[in-house]
Ligand binder design. Structure first.
Ligand SMILES: Nc1ncnc2c1ncn2[C@@H]1O[C@H](COP(=O)(O)OP(=O)(O)OP(=O)(O)O)[C@@H](O)[C@H]1O
Ligand SMILES: [Mg+2]
Ligand SMILES: [Zn+2]
Length: 500
């Protein structure tokens, strides 16, 4: 069960916004003195109050009985605005990022507000707009009607063009201090009559890493797990060690190429109410520790490992080589942001883990003994096909080259390309040409592109400079991987998603 504390405790006025004192004070003053500008930019890390502040501000500028800059929540305007959102328009740029939508907005902006003095447009995640949409927005920002206020919000200020920045009054939201978070959490737990001890408060606040939303979603998990009676031991279980246990079991499944075990582990961790973005970040942190450990860092404090855990870390580190860990690290670091915009973050996370099951760090692992039926479907593991005409030694040389090339592609973070290359089930060298075979049509389409083939050739040359051309061939007659995908879909139902 999830309490969704962060929704329930969305601040309703400026005084309930914590830790952003300078911003709150300035905005309140602008309202009191009627010195509003027509475009604001709220930037800063996630879960620090940007959207909440924007919504309060939008109400406050229309409130006719505003008290100390706060919306009164009683006057006709406040009441109407709480029920009807025609004058406070929230636009999520992540899903409405096309130029037509911004043009549509430009037309609507011309109509006066229905309820109060101002129409307020809140454009969330504004950095997701396309270039042409930015240009359209810029035109609107240049000469907005008097009755319009824009509030642009973003976590990634560096992605905004200077032309937009220069037209907005900018406010930088800050990460919150542990003390501020602890106080807030205390109030939330008291209000919900959840029992706790001081040490647990600190642990939860620390795990929030400065974000109120992250802290409250972690608090959610802990409170549900502890059945409203939080102890340090239970908190630690949810946040600390047990977390790591979950991560370890996911990594173990990846090392064993155990697809079913992987889904089970992910399900178990998420079943504890863990937020998937937090899990992803912890995965990246954990893997980073493994990389440092393998690179010889022996200092527990740098590694963020409890001394008692050292042995189990070393154990898991042994399962992987640094090349694999590096690519796993960049994978999880890479999808962390995508998860936020994904309609199905669970699928995205699981598909990233599945990709890692595909990963083969040494060419040796390409061999799957023909006689042994493995649990892993063939489209998840490259299969070696021994061609009798070609000399065994030459064949193993070219496969070694291929294995190294795969590692390089992954190091370049070209995940879609790497994925497609995993479908290659036969590699040959004929004279000065390398011929790679796939029986997966969508992978073939992706690989058979001049730029990608050029990349491949340049990587192949690193390991065998006698090769002057790479050719990809589509083997129609071989069984298509679609059958296996269908089988997998049946087993895992909606849990599994393939790049189509
Ligand atoms: N400064 C804050 N004071 C009080 N609560 C906060 C604050 N920041 C975030 N929260 C809590 O987190 C929730 C989400 O906050 P909000 O949507 O304002 O964050 P945001 O900065 O817009 O995040 P994002 O960048 O992810 O959009 C709120 O409902 C509230 O519970
Ligand atoms: Mg927001
Ligand atoms: Zn009011």
């Amino acid at each position: 069960m999830n309490l969704a504390l962060y929704r329930e405790f969305r601040p309703k006025n400026f005084d309930e916004i914590i830790g952003q004192d300078y911003i709150v004070k300035t905005l309140k003053n602008q309202i009191k003195l009627d010195r509003l500008t027509h475009a604001y930019l709220f930037c800063g890390p996630r879960g620090t109050g940007k959207t909440s502040t924007a919504k309060i501000f939008a109400k406050a500028v229309n409130c006719t009985h505003s008290q100390d800059g706060n919306p009164c929540d009683m006057c006709a305007e406040c009441v109407a605005l709480s029920e009807n959102n025609t004058d406070i328009v929230e636009i999520d740029a992540a899903s409405n990022n096309r130029v037509e939508e911004v043009r549509d907005l430009r037309e609507k902006v011309a109509f006066p507000p229905m309820i109060g003095k101002y129409k307020v447009y809140i454009i969330d995640e504004v950095h997701m707009l396309t270039d042409s949409a930015f240009n359209a927005l810029l035109k609107t920002l240049e000469e907005p009607p008097k009755h319009v206020i824009f509030i642009l919000a973003t976590t990634e200020i560096h992605k905004l063009p200077a032309t937009i920045l220069s037209r907005c009054t900018r406010f930088d939201f800050k990460l919150l201090s542990i003390e501020t978070l602890v106080d807030h959490l205390k109030n939330v737990f008291d209000a919900k009559q959840i029992k706790y001890d001081e040490k647990s408060l600190h642990l939860i606040a620390k795990a929030g890493e400065g974000s109120v939303r992250d802290m409250l979603s972690i608090a959610d998990s802990v409170a549900s797990f502890a059945d409203y009676d939080i102890s340090f031991e239970k908190t630690e279980k949810v946040i600390g060690l047990s977390n790591r246990e979950g991560i370890k079991s996911i990594l173990n499944a990846i090392a064993r190429k155990d697809v079913a075990g992987l889904f089970e582990s992910v399900k178990k961790v998420l079943g504890m109410g863990k937020n998937i973005q937090v899990l992803c970040k912890e995965m990246a942190d954990f893997i980073k520790d493994l990389i440092m450990l393998k690179s010889g860092v022996g200092d527990y404090t740098i590694l963020d490992i409890l001394p008692g855990e050292f042995a189990s870390y070393s154990e898991i580190a042994k399962l992987f080589d640094v090349g694999f860990l590096k690519s796993a690290f960049s994978k999880f670091a890479h999808i962390e942001l995508d998860l936020k915009y994904s309609l199905n973050p669970e699928n995205l996370f699981e598909s990233a883990c599945l990709d890692l099951i595909n990963y083969d760090e040494t060419p040796k692992k390409i061999e799957v003994k023909e006689t042994v039926k493995t649990q892993v479907p063939t489209d998840l593991t490259p299969v070696k096909e021994i061609s009798s005409e070609i000399n065994e030694k030459e064949q193993s040389e070219i496969e070694k080259v291929w294995g190294n090339v795969l590692i390089k592609v992954k190091e370049k973070n070209m995940f879609a390309f790497a994925n497609a290359l995993m479908s290659v089930n036969k590699v040959e060298k004929i004279a000065d040409k390398m011929i790679i075979h796939t029986n997966d049509s969508s992978s073939y389409d992706l690989i058979d592109n001049k730029d990608r083939i050029d990349v491949l050739l340049s990587l192949v040359k690193l390991f065998d400079d006698s090769i002057v051309e790479v050719i990809v061939e589509y083997d129609k007659e071989n069984a298509s991987s679609q059958d296996i995908k269908n089988d997998l879909k049946n087993i895992f139902k909606s849990k599994i998603k393939f790049k189509e």
